[in-house]
Design a protein around this ligand. Structure first.
Ligand code: FAD
Length: 300
């Protein structure tokens, strides 16, 4: 119930566009690394100093105007320049809808190609984040077309989808981020039960660790993380074949601890004014995240 409530809020277009004018409110400051490139780069430098790499998400979704999608593309190109100029250890995460997937497939393809090409010049990796089911196949199509020309691109497999096993086999030669899945999906296409999702998540992680190129295990779930630690030990999987990923602001001590233990670790850094949908999905995943809201409100 609570999950559906927050997912519903995350999809509210009026609130999404209104929030852009509010600044970082409702506790979002704890999980969003600033509203501009300078603030975001400072956060990246702090994490790099702790041995943590970063993937940067210039927040944005529900984009239906070409001008807005082009502005997002320009901002992402500026982030690529900032990564290069500041020589920070970071790559980019992009949601296809931010750069025009809901407007026109070919327009989005052009925008993504330009970004991947710019990043390729500096050897920066681009991760195509996966959104809800209706965007899944078009996002894979984008990746298929772009990887004919560039190899600095990878994507996400969401374990709640029935088709995830087939997708992971098809994309095993890619650097993949594996997640449970964050959107509300129908029982026609996705597991609904937490136990089924967790089991499939573990199956996919083990498959890609054994057969894939590079695996980013993106979860805050200590049970899964402990399972992976044991699995890589038992199967002699070298540390340079995988990493753990978590979101900025969540389980900070565990992030630092995993990096200290010698595991590759990447923190997902969202920044920008379009924080609302992202923040509501985090509340949907874990209503305890409301504590962040309370802290923010009361520590003013
Ligand atoms: P959950 O199932 O939420 O939690 C499992 C257990 O872990 C909880 O019961 C609790 O015991 C513990 N736990 C979890 N969080 C905390 C906490 N903050 N503090 C203490 N204990 C905690 N989804 C997509 O659909 N597409 C994407 O492209 C995508 N990219 C992502 C990138 C990253 C780096 C991460 C971390 C997630 C991403 N997600 C994405 C979201 C993902 O799909 C899940 O919705 C989200 O990570 C919540 O699932 P979980 O695996 O963290 O564990």
């Amino acid at each position: 119930m609570t999950r559906d409530f927050f997912i519903h809020l995350s999809e509210n277009k009026v609130l999404n566009s209104g929030a852009k004018r509010w600044g970082l409110k409702l506790g979002a400051k704890s999980v969003v690394a600033g509203t501009n490139i300078e603030e975001m780069i400072e956060s990246v430098k702090e994490l790099n100093a702790q041995g943590i790499s970063c993937t940067i998400d210039n927040l944005g979704e529900f984009v239906y105007q070409k001008e807005e999608a082009l502005a997002a593309k320009e901002q992402i190109l500026a982030v690529i320049e900032a990564i290069h100029t500041n020589q920070v250890d970071a790559h980019i995460s992009i949601k296809p809808t931010q750069i025009g997937l809901d407007i026109d497939y070919n327009f989005c393809l052009e925008n993504l190609s330009e970004i991947v090409s710019a990043a390729d010049r500096y050897d920066i990796f681009i991760n195509v984040d996966m959104e809800n089911y209706s965007h899944l196949q078009p996002s894979f199509d984008l990746i298929d077309e772009i990887s004919n020309k560039y190899s600095n691109i990878g994507t996400v497999i969401q374990a709640y989808f029935f088709r995830a096993e087939e997708d992971i086999q098809k994309y095993k030669d890619y650097r993949l981020r594996l997640v449970k899945g964050a959107y509300k999906e129908s029982e026609q296409v996705a597991f609904q039960d937490k136990q089924d999702i967790d089991q499939n998540f573990i199956r996919l992680i083990e498959y890609h660790l054994l057969h894939g190129k590079f695996t980013s295990i993106a979860t805050h779930d200590h049970t899964i993380i402990n399972h992976v630690k044991q699995f890589v030990k038992d199967n002699n999987i070298p540390y340079d074949k995988f990493e753990f990923q978590m979101l900025y602001g969540f389980r900070k001590e565990m992030q630092q601890q995993l990096a200290k233990e010698g595991y590759n670790f990447t923190t997902y850094i969202p920044f920008g004014t379009d924080w609302y949908g992202y923040f509501m999905r985090r509340l949907a995943e874990r209503p305890q995240n409301l504590n962040l809201v309370a802290k923010q409100v009361f520590n003013k």
